[in-house]
Design a protein around this ligand. Structure first.
Ligand code: DC
Length: 255
């Protein structure tokens, strides 16, 4: 697979090792869903690093859309026509720089993203790039990879319903708000915990109650609650689940 044909996925964006390829030549898809600040992004990155898989943060794609809408089109997040225009722009111009822009992480972009992501047409426009990534992940450190990890809200339910392993990572709203508060405080932003909490509850509600691709665990997802677990314990649980799946596959395919 030649990453040069896919300008938005540079091999250097992905962390890799060769360990996984020694186990299997098949390309696995791991879907990780969950609400904001649940720890799913950290977990997805660590699994990718451990297994040498390609990793795609699909939330960043929606964030790019909201960012373009606010900053380039100067439109309001409720402007449906502008949201569609922004999604088309992102689909056609997505690149590594866009996905890693720190301005995607600021609060007004986050708030707008949750509104833009509720638009059915926007989701439809952005769906193919995500599926294509899962089907043909880019090389990791210049080498073919054993699989792809995608994280988001609807990966196990809509984007990759046939994913090999589905994880749903969650934590209580209060704990997630505290994590987000600490993160913002560390960046030197003056924030009030209650504001972060109500913002998060509002966004959760919008993500879970929207009619199209709402946030919910797939029926066959493993639920991981990170409220009272260290990132290290969460990682080892996830790796156990993936190993269990691989062992099952090996047993199934045994002569
Ligand atoms: O994971 P995140 O916080 O970066 O996601 C930002 C927003 O995008 C959030 O409101 C949910 C939305 N999103 C989505 O609707 N579907 C995805 N697959 C990923 C993110």
């Amino acid at each position: 697979m030649n990453t040069q044909n896919r300008p938005y996925f540079r091999s250097t964006d992905y962390i890799g090792s060769t360990r996984y390829r020694k186990l299997s030549m098949a390309s696995l898809v791991i879907a990780i869903d969950g609400p904001a600040a649940s720890g799913k992004g950290t977990l997805a990155r660590k699994i990718a690093e451990r297994l040498g898989f390609a990793y795609l943060d699909t939330g960043a794609i929606y964030r790019c859309t909201a960012h373009y809408l606010l900053r380039e089109l100067g439109a309001d997040a409720d402007d449906t026509a502008a949201a569609i225009k922004a999604a088309e722009y992102v689909r056609d111009h997505l690149n590594a720089e866009m996905l890693s822009n720190p301005d995607l992480r600021v609060e007004d972009v986050a708030r707008a993203t949750s509104k833009v992501a509720a638009n059915e047409k926007v989701r439809e426009i952005l769906l193919n790039a995500q599926r294509e990534y899962a089907k043909a992940p880019p090389e990791v450190n210049g080498l073919p990879t054993g699989g792809a990890i995608l994280d988001g809200r609807d990966i196990g339910t809509v984007v990759c319903p046939a994913a090999d392993v589905k994880l749903y990572v969650t934590a209580s709203t209060e704990i997630r708000a505290q994590r987000r508060f600490d993160e913002l405080a560390l960046k030197g932003e003056k924030v009030i915990y209650d504001d972060v909490l109500s913002d998060m509850a509002e966004r959760d509600q919008r993500d879970s109650e929207r009619s199209v691709a709402p946030l919910k665990p797939a029926a066959d997802a493993f639920i991981i609650d990170t409220s009272n677990e260290s990132p290290k314990d969460v990682l080892s649980r996830a790796i156990d689940i993936i190993r269990g799946h691989l062992a099952e596959q090996v047993a199934k395919n045994a002569p």
